[in-house]
Write a protein that binds this ligand. Structure first.
Ligand code: ADP
Ligand code: MG
Length: 676
């Protein structure tokens, strides 16, 4: 028997079963032994019948009598009396008529099942039954539980695994031995054996550690290889000029924070290289990432290069264009906005300006790199609020420039370090963990829906002082199947009752882009005092005079989304407030309490990861595609170990091609993690 022996050659695998295995992607012995149980049930303790306690139990006893009867249509019950040296017990199986033939009287068997009180007596229900053997498959041990393969019972899987048991001893090590030893890991074969046939103690934990380590190691090695490959791409160096940048920084309307300086410095150093920058700047909402990016654009322009700045939505793109124009025009840098609003002749003209290089900085949505836009000399691409650049996007960029432009990504969704390493390992990262001076902490309060009146009075006082605010609702229209608040209804209600004396605006995603734009501009200019909106205002919107936000049905939103929303206020010099209004009078959730306590995006990201797990947060696709069987992306300690090991491997003389399984894993992860 070998790893590539096909399953149909194994005793017990008939043509039907082998088809079912194949349908689940299991063709060979190797496939089978790497199909891991997702949990284990402990039936290892063989109890005496008179000491049985309710719950999972194993007994070893002789069958005294057995009978099967039809209780009603479609329901057959098999009952047996089992005896051991301490006493007797009744065992019952529902709709398993084959038990009748299996349970020879006077024979001894092991039974593992649920001991429970049912029909007025204690009984052992639906137990697995097996003759005592050297290697038990179904009873008297810690039982592996496998995800159900269509048509194949766990029972059959365990039986077949027992057939292939000898292979575990001969499995070759898949990682460098040196690494396994140094990390104190169990061997590959031992780990797989323990997953399928645990023999007690901590061997399952040790097996999981070993297999999880191997997965993370492969993932981090893939990142390291990706990073290596990126350094083979050529970019044009954009050399730093201290004098010039100093003059720009000095003429800014504010003093840069230290964190902004550090991030800018990281970027300037990257730009000096003739390999492309590939940097992610993480900074909480309002930490001033845009300014940092525009310093880079300034330097690029100074050295004769154009920059492209991409935002996820049209609203944001036009806001960015405005901000950048304000910042950059004094330095004689021209900023163009490529939005869906620019049409016909104007669009043609803009294209021409980009192509001849008379526009220095072009702002737009991602369409900017997808459309037939031609740059004269693109040196820097900035992507706002998108966590990674995919291979496809890189290719598009390369098509636009002779050399690979330097890439800068900005995100206001901080990623916990452990995740950043595994998911974005090939990106360098800078963190802006400091607020601009003079910014006050936003005061956050969880609010009960019954004291709403009181809340509106407080909000109105802000409006009296000249400030503006937001009301956020989850729905656009009222929906009979959903009792959450809608912006349409709330807008009408507030306009006609509570805030009749105020100018109220409405914003949601079903409005035409031009309408949205118009409303946002009115709000920016202060012509709208209160904006009733869905989460379309989520990212990046910057109206420093807005100081209050009411979030209706706050419990309905996710933690990071609420934090993002809250970041729309607290962007100016005034004290700001955020009210999380609950849907009902139930106790507020843990995440709302954390939000009330903390304003720190990095801390909240860790909390979110703890409360929800990485799959939920970073999308099923990503996590699912990685197809990690054992490792979890929040095991920070193991990730750190694997990271160190990957670094060691890259610097060592080991060749990944000498490790088949590792090589295959790395190749797979490389494909996935560089795809968008
Ligand atoms: P982010 O994109 O990180 O959310 P922005 O770059 O949009 O933040 O900056 C938020 C606001 O703070 C903008 O109005 C910006 O002009 C201002 N700002 C940025 N840096 C500073 C600073 N160092 N001091 C004062 N205000 C700043
Ligand atoms: Mg921003």
């Amino acid at each position: 028997m070998r790893l590539d022996t096909s399953l149909e050659q194994i005793k017990g695998v008939g043509p039907v079963a082998s088809q079912q295995f194949a349908a689940a992607g299991l063709h060979t012995v190797g496939d089978l032994i790497t199909f891991l149980p997702f949990r284990h049930e402990d039936y290892s303790h063989v109890a005496l019948i008179d000491s049985l306690e309710p719950g999972k139990a194993t007994i070893k006893g002789v069958v005294e009598k057995v009978a099967t009867r039809q209780v009603k249509r479609g329901m057959r019950v098999t009952t047996a009396t089992i005896a051991d040296s301490s006493g007797k017990v009744q065992a019952v199986w529902f709709n398993q008529p084959y038990r009748q033939a299996q349970l020879e009287t006077h024979e001894e068997f092991l039974f593992s099942g649920e001991f429970e009180f049912r029909y007025n007596r204690y009984q052992l229900t639906n137990s697995s039954v097996e003759k005592p053997k050297e290697l038990q498959a179904h009873t008297g041990r810690v039982l592996p539980v496998y995800h159900q393969i269509k048509g194949l019972k766990n029972q059959l899987l365990r039986k077949i695994l027992r057939e292939v048991y000898p292979i575990f001893e001969f499995l070759p090590e898949t990682l460098p031995r040196e690494l396994v030893e140094r990390e104190g890991l169990v061997s590959y074969g031992e780990a797989l054996r323990a997953m399928h046939f645990p023999s007690g103690g901590d061997d399952i934990a040790r097996a999981r550690e070993r297999l999880a380590f191997e997965e993370l190691f492969g993932l981090l090695l893939a990142s390291a290889f990706n990073k290596n490959e990126q350094t083979k791409l050529k970019s044009e160096a954009i050399n730093f000029d201290a004098q010039y940048i100093k003059s720009v920084v000095e003429s800014l309307p504010f003093k840069l924070t230290n964190a902004q300086r550090r991030a800018a410095w990281d970027i300037f150093q990257d730009l000096e290289r003739d390999t492309p920058m590939n940097r992610l700047v993480q900074g909480d909402v309002g930490s001033g990432k845009t300014v940092v990016a525009s310093l880079a654009a300034c330097l690029a322009r100074y050295r004769g290069y154009q920059s492209a700045i991409m935002a996820p939505t049209e609203i944001l793109a036009s806001q960015h264009a405005e901000t950048l124009a304000k910042l950059l025009t004094p330095f004689n840098i021209s900023v163009g906005l490529l939005s869906s609003r620019v049409k016909g002749l104007a669009r043609k003209e803009l294209y021409a300006q980009i192509e001849t290089g008379s526009v220095d900085v072009v702002v737009g949505t991602h369409a900017l790199i997808q459309e037939s836009v031609r740059f004269k000399r693109l040196g820097l691409a900035v992507i706002d609020e998108q966590h990674r650049f995919g291979v496809a996007q890189r290719q598009l960029l390369l098509d636009k420039a002779k050399f690979m432009p330097h890439l800068l990504a900005l995100t206001a969704t901080p990623i916990p370090r452990s995740l950043a390493l595994t998911l974005y390992g090939e990106l360098d990262s800078s963190i802006i963990n400091e607020r601009p001076a003079g910014r006050k902490e936003i005061i956050s309060k969880i609010w009960s829906p019954i004291s709403a009146k009181n809340l509106y009075e407080q909000v109105d006082r802000e409006f009296n002082a000249g400030r503006q605010g937001y009301v956020i609702c989850p729905l656009i229209d009222d929906n009979p199947d959903n009792d959450k608040k809608s912006v349409e209804a709330e807008y009408k209600r507030l306009k006609s009752t509570i805030f009749t004396h105020r100018s109220i605006g409405l914003l949601h995603g079903k409005m035409k882009p031009e309408e949205k734009q118009e409303v946002m501009e009115q709000f920016s200019r202060g012509e709208i005092t209160l904006l009733v909106s869905t989460t379309v205002v989520e990212v990046g919107v910057d109206v420093p005079n807005a100081t209050v936000m009411i979030i209706e049905n706050a419990d309905h939103f996710g933690l990071s989304q609420l934090h993002q929303l809250r970041g729309r206020v607290g962007r100016g010099v005034h004290q700001s407030y955020c009210y999380f209004v609950l849907s009902d009078s139930k106790k507020p959730s843990e995440r709302l309490k954390e939000l009330e306590r903390s304003n720190d995006g990095f801390y909240l990201a860790e909390v979110d990861l703890r409360l929800r797990g990485p799959g939920e947060i970073y999308g099923r696709m990503q996590h699912g595609a990685l197809n990690l069987k054992v490792a979890t992306l929040h095991d920070a300690e193991l990730i750190a170990r694997a990271q160190k090991a990957a670094k060691w491997f890259m610097e060592s003389t080991h060749n990944v091609l000498d490790y088949n399984q590792l090589h295959a894993a790395v190749a797979k992860y490389q494909r996935i993690t560089t795809l968008n």
